[in-house]
Ligand binder design. Structure first.
Ligand SMILES: [Zn+2]
Length: 318
């Protein structure tokens, strides 16, 4: 079983077209160091490199003396030590979490204990929909079920600190509780795993939902910020164009899946073997879940049918 504990799925570069986003993989993680990346913003990358987390999870520090930590990161003692080192002599007033995957939220508990800061996020970890009868959640191991935020943020809510203000933007899709945070008065936005420059985001049922994800892309496209600081990888410039390209990329995937089903490919395994044929086979499990996310959406739109609810081993026809 593939455990998608840090979820990202490499896009198949061999099927790239004009509409595809311009993914960038030139990133220097500088492990253990707080790197100044903008006024009032520092980044520390955790050493949890993997096929799903790229070079590791980015933890951000916002502010000067009284600071917010965005995405404390995985339960990793060396990363906690790096954060403690970076915040020495300063006061952490807010611990903010974009979503509850185990590579983003677990250190929130320890930081809260060490600093007394309150935690902020959309809500606890949960699936985007109820599980079907007999359904096993393949993503179960990737969720941090221990994290319960002190403050549950709503869409548009302002989080006000000393010399900085963040606006919470609820962006479900990657997880139901995913939120991005815009740094008010700047061109910057912390995009978590919703939009990243190095890869597409994994959207997989039951924890994620494609219809939510697409609507959350529109939220980003309609905003003014053009520089994103994502949960993994380097800063993303021209972020709105990139978000638009991600949207077309997903639409093309959807069209490709629908066309395979219309041609008689009735299983997810068959569809993955064709659409993702030049993708690393270790990522085929994740690819299957991504196809399932599209299938769930296509079924909801009435474009395809199955003999039961959408499932990884279901049979589909148009
Ligand atoms: Zn994630």
């Amino acid at each position: 079983m593939v455990t998608l504990n840090h979820k990202r799925l490499k896009t198949d570069r061999n099927t790239r077209t004009m509409a595809d986003p311009n993914f960038r993989t030139d990133f220097e993680p500088a492990y253990g160091q707080a790197v100044d990346i903008a006024d009032n913003v520092q980044r520390i990358t955790a050493p949890n490199k993997s096929a799903f987390t790229f070079h590791g999870t980015n933890t951000y520090i916002v502010g000067q003396q009284n600071i917010a930590i965005i995405d404390p990161g995985p339960a990793d003692e060396s990363h906690l030590a790096s954060i403690q080192n970076a915040i020495e002599g300063r006061k952490v007033t807010h611990v903010i979490v974009t979503h509850t995957h185990i590579d983003h939220s677990p250190l929130a508990a320890q930081l809260k204990k060490l600093t007394g800061a309150q935690t902020w996020a959309e809500g606890p970890h949960r699936a985007a929909r109820e599980l079907h009868i007999g359904e096993i959640n393949a993503l179960d191991a990737s969720g941090d079920k221990d994290f319960i935020p002190d403050n549950m943020v709503s869409h548009g809510q302002k989080i006000i600190g000393d010399g900085w203000e963040l606006e919470a933007l609820l962006t479900p899709g990657h997880t139901i509780n995913h939120a991005c945070f815009a740094l008010i008065g700047t061109n910057y936005l912390f995009s978590g795993d919703h939009i990243m420059g190095w890869s597409t985001s994994i959207v997989a049922p039951p924890d994620g939902a494609m219809s939510d994800y697409m609507a959350s892309l529109d939220i980003m496209i309609e905003r003014d910020e053009t520089v994103y600081f994502p949960g993994h990888g380097g800063r993303l410039e021209k972020a709105r164009e990139f978000s638009r390209a991600l949207k077309s990329h997903r639409k093309m995937r959807e069209t490709a899946i629908l066309s395979r089903i219309r041609k008689g490919d009735s299983t997810i395994g068959k569809i993955v073997s064709i659409i993702y044929k030049s993708t690393d086979p270790r990522l085929h499990g994740a690819a299957g879940l991504s196809v399932l996310a599209h299938i769930e959406d296509l079924m909801a739109k009435g474009l395809i049918k199955s003999d039961g609810p959408a499932s990884i081993d279901g049979n589909y026809w148009a």
